[in-house]
Write a protein that binds this ligand. Sequence first.
Ligand SMILES: Cc1cc2nc3c(=O)[nH]c(=O)nc-3n(C[C@H](O)[C@H](O)[C@H](O)COP(=O)(O)OP(=O)(O)OC[C@H]3O[C@@H](n4cnc5c(N)ncnc54)[C@H](O)[C@@H]3O)c2cc1C
Length: 416
Amino acid sequence: MKRIAECDLVVVGGGASGLMAACHAAMGGCRVILLDANRQLGRKLRITGKGRCNLTNNCSVPSFMQNIPGDGRFLYSALSRFSPQDVMAFFEANGVPLKTERGARVFPCSDRADDIADCLVSLCEMYGVTRLKTRADCVLLSEGAVSGVHTGEGIVSCQAACLCTGGLSYPLTGSDGSGYRIAQSLGHTVVQPRPSLVPLESEDAFCRELQGFSLKNVTLRAYEDGSLIFQELGEMLFTHFGVSGPLVLSASAHMRRFPASVYRLEIDLKPGLDAEKLDARILRDFAAQPNRSLRNVMTGLTGYSMAPVVLSLAGVDGSTPVHAVTHDRRAALVKVLKAFPVTVSGTRPIDEAVVTAGGISTKEINPRTMESKIVPGLYFAGEVLDLDAYTGGFNLQIAWCTAFTAANAVIKNLHG
Ligand SMILES: Cc1cc2nc3c(=O)[nH]c(=O)nc-3n(C[C@H](O)[C@H](O)[C@H](O)COP(=O)(O)OP(=O)(O)OC[C@H]3O[C@@H](n4cnc5c(N)ncnc54)[C@H](O)[C@@H]3O)c2cc1C
């Protein structure tokens, strides 16, 4: 196959990590070629944070680590080189003003993810990154070290290649797992990719009945084999397959042992009231309208759709006039309102997940350089790695700091 170009570094993938790696390497004087078959660069980046891009979390390294479910220690070095505060300074210095919201989540002031992606694309252009609209098929070696990348158009000769191909989630954005195959063919181990930050499936019939019904200001608790593993206040919704929404996605990131472990959820529909206060509130509602049916009165407490489900789970007949509801039946209602049970049968498929857990084993990568310990000149950054985090801007921060670290290592290797 013909050689079509030559450069110092080929960056494979023009997502968050690829754009960051390409522009930093080019700023440091490397001749960079960026490969991505998508018409538009940063496709996934442009839909992050519901189009607003929660680009990092303005927190310290120790609190960052608490938001990584796996072994976060691999990231210490990269995070100290390009911390959340460095990322913020970088975008602000390059013309994107930022704001910090609840939970230290950082967004562009414009609320436009496009501004983050366009900033990186402009920097790549400004520093002379050549973009080839094609895919990488494999990395070529000469005497065991990287010497080129085989693409759909021909061979690009290079001294280093950085795989920034993402995971398996949202494959329509281009991340289809091809980076795993490329790395595997070079001797790297891929830790089984799994969905994380993903909607959950349930066989409970009421989920279908309640589909489209959303809950605000509820507390979701998740249990693994009976132990509490997650508890948070927020929003969620019922769907035709089970449950989804921000709380559910966050809970799913803690459920890492499907199908070996049994998971279940509980929704506290009235987190502002403890069981005693809730009972008092119900009694007040009953006293105000003693002859109305329980179903009617419950509607005021839970909403129209939810009332029959709560009554059925509590084993209470909704047609009972409230003056005839016994203490025991009321206690059963309070129990369901404080711990509405949802069984979990599994997650939605990985293509519906916000991130991919698993990926290239970090054991085979130098954490100070992101260079392969197996193939000299081969680097990795972003979601392709066996790293993932909870929601809050942590996943993009992983992409930025691993990309920055890889780019700096390439610059150092090539230019001393
Ligand atoms: C809906 C959604 C919302 C999200 N919101 C947030 C958020 O607000 N904050 C946050 O921190 N994280 C968020 N994430 C996660 C975050 O987007 C990812 O972790 C991040 O984009 C990973 O960056 P990446 O560069 O590693 O991979 P990607 O952004 O997936 O980029 C990979 C690129 O590689 C290219 N590619 C793949 N294979 C090849 C090949 N063989 N040759 C050439 N190119 C190739 C693809 O075309 C793609 O452009 C969100 C994810 C989703 C799906």
